[in-house]
Design a protein around this ligand. Structure first.
Ligand code: ARG
Length: 592
């Protein structure tokens, strides 16, 4: 089906046509349409235009008004203030437009596909092998997953990359320890993924700590561990096989956490640091030959005019250390080459903590100097802020340790389960249903709290607030959705149907106009990699629905046609909520 033209777009077109006819020397100008409290929309683009044309804005506005065809879409337009236009739409246009969205057989609510989709590689959900996932990994996963969904929905070709930390000198110590204590990773495979994942992590954690202790205390072990690093880098098969054990064991754990997060992570998309080993030497050679990188005290470095340390000396990006070792930068530069030249990406997005911003600034600048990035192939760090505790300081346990992600998710699920149980006063839900809803509400609450503030800002991890039924929370949205489903069930035989001939209540108009803005909101959120814009839209949708519901009886409306039309508004609101929440990675249970 052809995408539905939004009312904003058709009104804009009407205005642009009228403007062009009033002022032929300025064709195709944007009338700058906004939703407004005074009328349905206000356009204030005439002011700037009049200034440019040295015309009187009110006069120009009056001329434009006289050229606007009212009737089908625009009911009324008047000049206000210095030269604004206040525009009111016909009720019929609102209902008809929603009916067209509802009729979209592709279930896209009339949202168009991007005209020129490109390829975006998105680097997100990148935990580190043999280490616990913490609250920072939560943000990358949640934000990244939502951006993936948003972009895919617009038709973009998305390649996911989980750049896990699976390489580095610490593996020498781990492998050596395992070699000397071969049963340390053994465990019975658990009943389910959750149990296996936890068993795997507790082994890895124990082994990591023991290896570190031995490494710090025992010089001979230290020497053996260092030799292991050399073996690993040389590709010695037994050493590599042991390294693989750590990776596999960690993946079991990662998958268990992603399952808990209700997030689909696919194995082939996990291409960790080690995945670029074969490219590192070549990357260095290209940088050195082109003069982008230079040798400095034996290390291969890239210097930047604008990046200096506190002492005023330039801070280089070290691509290869003086001992020949490659680090994080060499890997990221090689990954760029892979993503641009093999995966043919036009956009590279990195969902990574803002504390790594200097690293990415230097890496991107280096890649630009090398010609790997340019005006057609762009890289962008979608940098996120820190998760804070209730006290406003970086989130830590009472003992001052970083918070394990699983503990946090379990607590959210527990709290949410209590809320679901408490709300179920009629005792309609089975224990199993309570558990399932509890998980959906708890995980939704965590994701929504993260996605509803713009990524670059820090936010407080406050479970009380997150599972609250009032305010800007996912639970509020989930309840709005479930309430609509319950009305639709109660309607029984009566089915939702649009009746464009009906006059609309103010609350119905407000809801209808907001529903109509879904496509534009999605386009904006996708273009700006800003899920929080979608979250804000959905919250407002639920609020407008609540006030519609308070003011307009649905099943007890005056006429059968009005009942059907209101059911129709309920239904399309529910579908919009469901689709929008899905793009945030949040479930909308049918009953709560
Ligand atoms: N594993 C890293 C960490 O835990 C994040 C990796 C980010 N991605 C990248 N391409 N460097 O901090």
């Amino acid at each position: 089906m052809a995408p539905v033209t939004s009312l904003t777009a058709s009104v804009t077109q009407h205005l642009t046509d009228a403007l062009t006819s009033a002022l032929p020397e300025a064709p195709g100008v944007d009338p700058l349409l906004r939703r407004s409290d005074r009328a349905d929309f206000q356009a204030n683009g005439i002011l700037a235009l009049a200034k440019k044309a040295k015309a009187n804005p009110r006069e120009l506005a009056t001329q434009v008004v006289s050229r606007i065809v009212t009737g089908d879409v625009i009911k009324d337009v008047e000049v206000s203030g210095p030269g604004f236009l206040n525009i009111t739409l016909t009720d019929r246009a609102i209902t008809e437009n929603l009916a067209a969205r509802a009729a979209d057989p592709d279930a896209r609510l009339g949202v168009p596909h991007a005209e020129h989709p490109g390829t975006t590689v998105i680097d997100y959900a990148q935990p580190n092998v043999a280490k616990e996932m913490h609250v920072g990994h939560l943000r990358s996963a949640v934000i990244g997953d939502s951006v993936v969904q948003l972009l895919e929905f617009t038709g973009e070709n998305v390649v996911r990359r989980h750049h896990i930390g699976d390489w580095g000198t610490q593996f020498g110590m781990l492998i050596q320890y395992l070699e000397e204590h071969p049963h340390e990773l053994d465990h019975k495979s658990g009943e389910d993924l959750q149990e296996s994942g936890q068993a795997a992590m507790s082994n890895l954690d124990r082994l990591y700590k023991a290896a570190r202790r031995k490494f710090d205390a025992d010089d001979e072990f230290k020497t053996r561990a260092r030799r292991r690093v050399v073996d690993l880098q040389a590709g010695d098969p037994t050493t590599l096989a042991m390294w693989q054990k750590f990776v596999d064991e960690s993946k079991i754990y990662f998958f268990s956490v992603f399952e808990k997060l209700d997030m689909e992570i696919r194995d082939p998309d996990i291409v960790g640091e080690s995945g670029y080993n074969d490219m590192l030497a070549e990357t260095c050679r290209l940088l050195e030959e082109s003069g982008v990188a230079v040798r400095s005290e034996g290390a291969l470095c890239v210097f930047f005019d604008d990046i200096k340390g506190p002492d005023g000396n330039p801070v280089p990006l070290i691509v290869q250390k003086s001992d020949g070792g490659y680090g994080y930068a060499a890997t990221d530069l090689s990954a760029i080459r892979d993503r641009v030249f093999n995966l043919k990406a036009n956009s590279l997005i990195y969902v990574v903590d803002a504390r790594q911003s200097l690293h990415f600034k230097m890496v991107f600048e280096t890649a630009r100097k090398a010609g790997w990035l340019n005006d057609d192939v762009k890289a962008y760090q979608l940098a996120f802020g820190t998760v804070l505790g209730k006290d406003g300081k970086p989130f830590k346990t009472r003992e001052g340790e970083t918070v394990r992600l699983v503990d946090l998710l379990d607590e959210a699920i527990d709290r949410a389960t209590a809320v679901v149980r408490e709300k179920d006063t009629q005792r309609q839900l089975s224990e199993e249903e309570i558990a399932e809803r509890g998980a959906q509400v708890g995980i939704g609450a965590v994701k929504y709290a993260d996605l509803s503030t713009s990524a670059n800002r820090d936010y407080k991890f406050d479970l009380d607030q997150m599972v609250s039924l009032n305010g800007d929370t996912s639970v509020y949205l989930q309840y709005a959705y479930a309430r609509i489903q319950s009305i639709l069930r109660k309607a029984g035989e009566v089915r939702p149907a649009a009746h464009p001939e009906l006059e609309l209540h103010e609350a119905e108009r407000a809801l209808g106009l907001h529903l109509d803005a879904f496509a534009e909101t999605l386009a904006e959120a996708a273009a700006e990699y800003a899920p929080h814009k979608l979250a804000a839209y959905l919250y407002q949708l639920a609020s407008l629905y609540t006030s519609f519901y308070d003011k307009c009886p649905v099943l007890k409306a005056e006429t059968p046609a009005q009942v059907e039309n209101r059911l129709f508004l309920c239904d399309i609101t529910a579908r919009t909520l469901h689709q929008g929440m899905a793009l945030l990675g949040i479930r909308t249970p049918e009953r709560l």
